[in-house]
Design a protein around this ligand. Structure first.
Ligand code: G3P
Length: 218
């Protein structure tokens, strides 16, 4: 399963990349606004650090304008993935932009039928938002399992399932168990995956015993 980081925080992207944990990056208008930086400038910087897909979202709502914005964003770097919302206009823009040879991530997916439409439109990725479904009192991971089953039923559908709105370590684990292609994870959640109290306690005991032995490797 590929790990994308859901952020425009350059220091975090660099740090996690050095650890080999960043196969790609996702952004959205809220993340860019939070960064306080110029959209194109921050995208250019992210693409200079990360070789994998970097999602950049259009903000137009009509297909023609989305296509035009998508082409501008795609010109920033060859690894830009244009992100469009799961609306009929977004699906039309998806078809046109993939026709140009660009990668497209169809976002704001909340149902299996929407995911089926994204795949039919030739999306490179579809982004179901599990955390926001959980927020409504349903189980977001059930949607991932449904999409996985549907896509597996029709191998001609090549769209990758990119699990988004990930909030917890359990989301990451469940996505991997189901066989999602990608999870996009906020840096803090990704950093939390390595932590375990038994790892800390075990390491402390090993180091204490080593100290008592009086030996040194170096
Ligand atoms: O990847 C989509 C993500 O940024 C949305 O996350 O936590 O705002 O639902 P959240």
């Amino acid at each position: 399963m590929k790990f994308f980081v859901d952020t425009a925080d350059i220091d975090m992207i660099r740090d996690l990349s050095e650890k080999g944990m960043v196969d790609g990056v996702t952004t959205n208008p809220s993340i860019i606004a939070k960064s306080g930086r110029d959209f194109i400038e921050v995208l250019t910087e992210i693409c200079s650090i990360v070789a994998g897909p970097v999602s950049a979202e259009v903000t137009a709502t009509r297909a023609d304008a989305m296509i035009s914005e998508g082409r501008k964003l795609a010109a920033v770097a060859s690894n830009i993935t244009v992100k469009v919302p799961l609306t009929w206009d977004g699906l039309k823009a998806c078809r046109a932009l993939t026709g140009d040879g660009h990668m497209v991530n169809v976002t704001l997916c909340f149902s299996a039928n929407q995911a089926l439409l994204a795949a039919k439109a030739g999306a490179t990725f579809v982004s179901p938002f599990v955390g926001r479904i959980d927020d409504m009192g349903y189980d977001g991971m059930e949607l991932i399992a449904e999409i996985r089953q549907i896509y597996d039923n029709y191998p001609a559908l090549e769209t990758e399932i990119l699990v988004a709105s990930v909030r917890t370590a359990d989301h990451v684990k469940q996505a991997a168990l189901i066989g999602a292609d990608v999870v996009t994870v906020p840096p803090k959640t990704l950093q939390g995956l390595a932590g375990h109290p038994l790892t800390d306690a075990g390491l402390a005991a090993f180091l204490a015993d080593w100290e008592k032995s009086g030996q040194s490797i170096g």
